[in-house]
Design a protein around this ligand. Structure first.
Ligand SMILES: NC(=O)c1ccc[n+]([C@@H]2O[C@H](COP(=O)([O-])OP(=O)(O)OC[C@H]3O[C@@H](n4cnc5c(N)ncnc54)[C@H](OP(=O)(O)O)[C@@H]3O)[C@@H](O)[C@H]2O)c1
Length: 227
């Protein structure tokens, strides 16, 4: 009999992290999910172990747990962060610190939500931070690192983001024209990205893998039904 896996998730109160939470809780391969969040989730499940933490002092406030797999879905916006420094603090520093802590406690597989266009030398500050975060998670000694680079995420949000909603409407309208390399810029359902993240981690493929639009669609597809 194979033993059940455990996972730790940051960003569970967000769009993509909330979907990852749902997928893991409904995936029989997982017996336990640790959530680190700055506020309570308001969710109950026998599998769920929730820790309300201070990300500025993660090591001291994270509580007692161990996990096999790590799911990193933290992120803010420049508008909320208020400065580049504070944006980097959340998207890069908190993310890396969570991954480092889980690795020290024995985790071996990792999935990170990054962004289409992420690159260490990108001219956009946002994409540069994403590229640096991708680089730094890959240096923590994980057996497998899965980086996801979605374009705009589609899903139900508690708050309305006007610019993001407009971006989704526009790219959806022209989605048919986004072909070849431009397919990576098509909006994608957050639930598909979340499913792909869990499937990729469960597939146990060593090394560093980067997943864009088409790959995310195939990783999230349900297995074929046998006749
Ligand atoms: N949205 C998109 O279209 C899109 C596209 C490509 C890539 N991405 C990337 O995907 C990731 C997730 O995006 P999302 O849209 O799911 O994000 P989201 O809904 O805004 O959720 C962000 C998560 O990060 C947490 N967080 C934010 N600021 C924090 C802080 N100062 N301290 C602690 N936790 C904090 C939030 O916690 P609270 O709920 O407590 O605030 C929430 O759990 C981000 O890295 C984003 O850059 C997003």
């Amino acid at each position: 009999m194979t033993s059940l896996r455990s996972a730790v998730l940051v960003g569970a109160t967000g769009l993509i992290g909330g979907s990852v939470l749902d997928v893991i809780l409904s995936t029989p391969a997982y017996g336990r999910l640790v959530v680190l969040a700055r506020r309570p989730l308001g969710r109950g499940s026998d599998k769920l172990q929730e820790h309300v933490v201070d990300f500025e002092r993660l090591g001291a406030t994270a509580g007692d747990w161990q996990a096999d797999d790590v799911f990193l879905c933290l992120g803010t916006t420049m508008a909320v962060a208020g400065s580049q420094e504070q944006f980097r603090r959340v998207d890069h520093d908190y993310t890396i610190e969570a991954a480092r802590l889980a690795r020290r406690r024995g985790a071996t597989r990792l999935a990170l939500v990054s962004s289409v266009g992420a690159a260490q030398r990108a001219s956009s500050f946002y994409l540069r931070v994403k590229g640096e975060t991708e680089r730094d998670v890959a240096e923590l000694g994980y057996e497998s690192v899965h980086v996801f680079r979605p374009s705009l995420l589609v899903g139900a949000r508690a708050e309305h983001r006007r610019a993001e909603a407009m971006g989704i409407a526009v790219t959806r309208a022209v989605s048919w024209a986004l072909v070849g390399g431009l397919r990576a810029y098509r909006p994608i359902d957050a639930s598909r990205v979340a499913t792909a993240m869990v499937h990729a981690v469960l597939a146990a493929s060593p090394g560093r893998h980067v997943h864009a639009y088409d790959d995310i669609l195939s990783l999230s597809a349900p297995p074929p039904v046998r006749a």
